[in-house]
Design a protein around this ligand. Structure first.
Ligand code: ADP
Length: 355
């Protein structure tokens, strides 16, 4: 039985943050729906501390109830059943005149789940640390070579030529990283706006493959388009879709080199003309162990960091692909088996009805 009038308890139920009403003995008089969802073991009439084992919260309650005024804020973390962080605010709600009984409402506990905000904050901190590290490494090498050219190699034209070509490569690496960082932030900013122009996916594939053929043949890899050569219009951003195909095919060339072949296919997932189109890029190389698959689209996540850097990778390609695919309201599915190669499949809607 809640001691609250229905209008009040319904209003508290409508809040997305957990709210719990406590009496003077620190037992629960009412909790709203959000609190029940966050802590299914809450029971009216039981002490709050049976469920929320947070010493700072209990102390705040003691203080607010005993002093009959004011409010206290704080934070606490839970480790079981999952790690969660909360902030709390305890407000005195006792009727000061007259003070009725220890079973009357005494304090309102308002909670907020900080888990997602903290996760995003730690991702942001990691991202800045990773990006700085990726830029600092080539920068340190550039500075080192400049100092060598100014000092010990000043009179050595052979060493100069060699160092300058390494410096050019390091400079290019920094430029690639900055380009990728800018692309990523541009796509993220526009992710909520789905593209509406019609783009011919067949010609996007053709153009990407034409661009990458020289890179592929330099590595002894053949690119095969097995999609039918007829136009396939779908709502999209041409430059972004080119980027998707190029990133996937380039990865197929780089990491699937040993298989000697990359296949690019485009076909509907079903027979209905409104069914999504599936773009598949398949390589026959080393493949990827299953534990890596869920993390491949994280920024800077690489299975083998030095192999990626050696082949000019920034660790951002698949993160960019994922955001572009999200913007197109599509899906990226990665399947791979160690030693068998990998398939990167992008499902793209052909209609704008689900925008
Ligand atoms: P990178 O710039 O390192 O290529 P990506 O975001 O494109 O960054 O890819 C992330 C990682 O995923 C790569 O470093 C590589 O370890 C792995 N990967 C991507 N594509 C393939 C593939 N076709 N075969 C095997 N591993 C791949």
């Amino acid at each position: 039985m809640t001691p609250l009038p229905p209008l009040l308890s319904n209003s508290l139920d409508a809040l997305s943050d957990p709210v719990i009403l406590i009496d003077g003995r620190k037992t629960i008089l009412f909790f709203n729906k959000a609190a029940g969802l966050a802590w299914p073991s809450l029971v009216i009439g039981m002490p709050l501390s049976f469920t929320l084992r947070a010493p700072d919260l209990v102390e705040a309650l003691d203080h607010v109830i005993a002093s009959q005024d004011g409010e206290r804020d704080g934070v606490f973390s839970e480790r079981h059943p999952v790690e969660r962080d909360f902030s709390f605010r305890v407000r005195n709600v006792q009727e000061s005149e007259p003070y009725l009984s220890r079973t009357a409402p005494a304090a309102l506990v308002i909670l907020r789940d900080l888990t997602e905000a903290r996760r995003l904050e730690s991702m942001r901190v990691d991202f800045v640390a990773n990006a700085s590290h990726e830029l600092r490494t080539p920068l340190a090498s550039l500075i080192g070579f400049i100092e060598t050219l100014q000092g010990p190699a000043r009179e050595d034209p052979k060493a100069q030529a060699r160092f300058l070509s390494i410096m050019r490569e390091q400079g290019r690496r920094m430029a690639r990283l900055i380009d990728d960082l800018l692309s990523l932030s541009r796509v993220e900013m526009s992710e909520h706006r789905r593209p509406i122009d019609l783009v011919d996916m067949t010609s996007v594939i053709q153009q990407s493959v034409d661009t990458l053929r020289p890179t592929a043949s330099a590595r002894g890899v053949t690119l095969e388009i097995i999609a039918p050569n007829e136009p396939c219009p779908l709502p999209g951003d041409r430059d972004e879709l080119l980027r998707v195909v190029e990133n996937l095919v380039e990865n197929g060339i780089k990491y699937g080199q040993s298989g000697g072949r990359v296949e690019i296919d485009l076909k509907p997932v079903g027979v209905d003309p409104t069914d999504d189109m599936a773009l598949s890029v398949r390589d026959f190389g080393e493949g990827i162990a299953p534990e890596h698959l869920p993390r491949l689209t994280e920024r800077f996540y690489r299975v083998d960091a030095s192999a990626s850097r050696e082949s000019g990778g920034t660790g951002l390609g698949l993160a960019i692909v994922k955001h572009i695919v999200n913007r197109h309201r599509g899906r990226l599915v990665i399947e791979s088996e160690k030693g068998q190669g990998s398939v990167f499949r992008v499902l793209l809607p052909r209609t704008t009805s689900s925008a």
